[in-house]
Ligand binder design. Structure first.
Ligand code: TMP
Length: 210
């Protein structure tokens, strides 16, 4: 059976590097999968991404941000994620619902439970089967954000240290809420080791569904 996988982590967790290598390894393993991302992933949802992450939209209210991302997620689930799973393709998603719980629920202070409720309306029962969380100490994550300033910077990257701390604490709460779905991966290890660990677990998970 096709499985739905998401990759999560705070900014600076090395997710982008790990994702690129993981895709290569999944292809080499012969897996039939699609790669997608949030916010975004479908044409309508990518337009919402531009609004939500756009520099210049600093006046956006946190609840507006939450609702827009949840709306984009709904479209992404219906238009892309579910059809792929139904066609037997695995789905690898760069961030999903847990990012909203951590960034909007904890980071923005709306509340994890409140943001979960809104997202349950958006995704219904389409939760990932496995969520890999790249775990890095806060100091390392923040140092990486600072070192990466040359890349595309979004509105949320510009938040201060206390926002990023709250996001990280939020992820800890979310992992405790969904212990069967989350796999914590040590983000201080090399990208090779990180992606080997994730690939092994993906292959085991697929084998368990067969
Ligand atoms: P990225 O840099 O991993 O592409 O993520 C884009 C930003 O969007 C990142 O700062 C986290 C943020 N984000 C949210 O705040 N809520 C969400 O639900 C998602 C999916 C992302």
């Amino acid at each position: 059976m096709a499985i739905f996988i998401s990759l999560e982590g705070p900014d600076g967790s090395g997710k982008t590097t790990a994702l690129a290598l993981l895709i290569e390894k999944m292809e080499a393993a012969g897996l039939d999968f699609i790669k997608t991302r949030e916010p975004g992933g479908s044409p309508i949802s990518e337009k919402v991404r531009d609004i939500v992450l756009g520099i210049g939209n600093e006046e956006m209210d946190p609840r507006t941000e939450t609702l827009l991302i949840a709306g984009a997620r709904r479209q992404h689930v219906v238009e892309k994620i579910r059809p792929a799973l139904e066609a037997g393709q695995h789905v690898l998603c760069d961030r999903f619902v847990d990012s909203s719980l951590a960034y909007q629920g904890a980071g923005r202070g709306i509340g994890i439970k409140e943001v979960l409720d809104i997202n349950l309306f958006a995704i219904e029962d389409t939760f990932p089967d496995k969520t890999y969380y790249l775990d890095v100490p806060a100091e390392i994550g923040l140092a990486r954000i600072a070192a990466n300033k040359g890349r595309e910077v979004n509105r949320l990257d510009k938040e201060d240290v206390s926002f990023h701390d709250k996001v990280q604490q939020g992820y800890e709460e979310i992992i405790a809420m969904f212990p069967d779905r989350f796999v914590r991966v040590d983000g201080t290890r090399s990208p090779e080791e990180i992606t080997d660990t994730i690939l092994m677990d993906i292959l085991d998970t697929i084998a368990d569904t067969e």
